[in-house]
Design a protein around this ligand. Structure first.
Ligand SMILES: [Zn+2]
Length: 167
């Protein structure tokens, strides 16, 4: 590595340690001519995750697209940008385990699965606009599951009168 002080090309590594939770290796180097020190980081060259769309075309996976889709769905909902970023990170992580090629449908389903835990309304909004999830049957099935989840258990049978009194 060329010395940033004197441009000499030879150095020795004086310290080497893991950085960024193992995503990088940090090396402390000492120039063999001027003796000054500097630091280098060794990282993986990014490996591309490819998304196959329904029409068969391919494009690189972009986390930013998940973020923008989820942001639209969570507009005016109690969901923070940080939560959205974290969600998109988890989606990418899951997809990478299946990579290097995934389908756009998988991207949508993973996003939906995580969005459901975050916010019901955003989940339904996302489901309704998500192209690959637009088949009516899928959407209705998901909506059904969601409504089931919301129905308070056993309330309809016993607590009848108190329901209307409060209104
Ligand atoms: Zn030097």
């Amino acid at each position: 590595m060329r010395c940033p002080w004197c441009a000499y090309l030879d150095d020795k590594v004086v310290d080497s340690r893991s950085a960024d939770s193992g995503a990088a290796i940090r090396r402390r180097r000492e120039c063999l001519r001027c003796g000054r020190r500097y630091t280098t980081y060794e990282r993986l060259e990014p490996v591309g995750l490819v998304v196959v769309k329904r029409d068969g075309s391919k494009e690189p996976f972009e986390r930013a697209k998940v973020v923008s889709g989820v942001l639209k769905a969570t507009k005016n909902r109690p969901v923070t940008q940080e939560q959205v970023d974290r969600l998109a990170g988890k989606v990418e992580e899951k997809l990478r385990r299946r990579g290097p090629v995934v389908t756009s449908q998988e991207v949508g389903i993973e996003t939906l699965a995580l969005l459901r835990k975050l916010d019901d309304v955003a989940y339904l909004r996302f489901a309704s606009v998500y192209k690959d999830f637009q088949e009516v049957t899928d959407f209705e099935r998901e909506l059904g599951l969601l409504l089931q989840k919301r129905e308070p258990a056993g309330r309809a049978s016993t607590a009848g009168p108190s329901r209307t009194r409060g209104r």
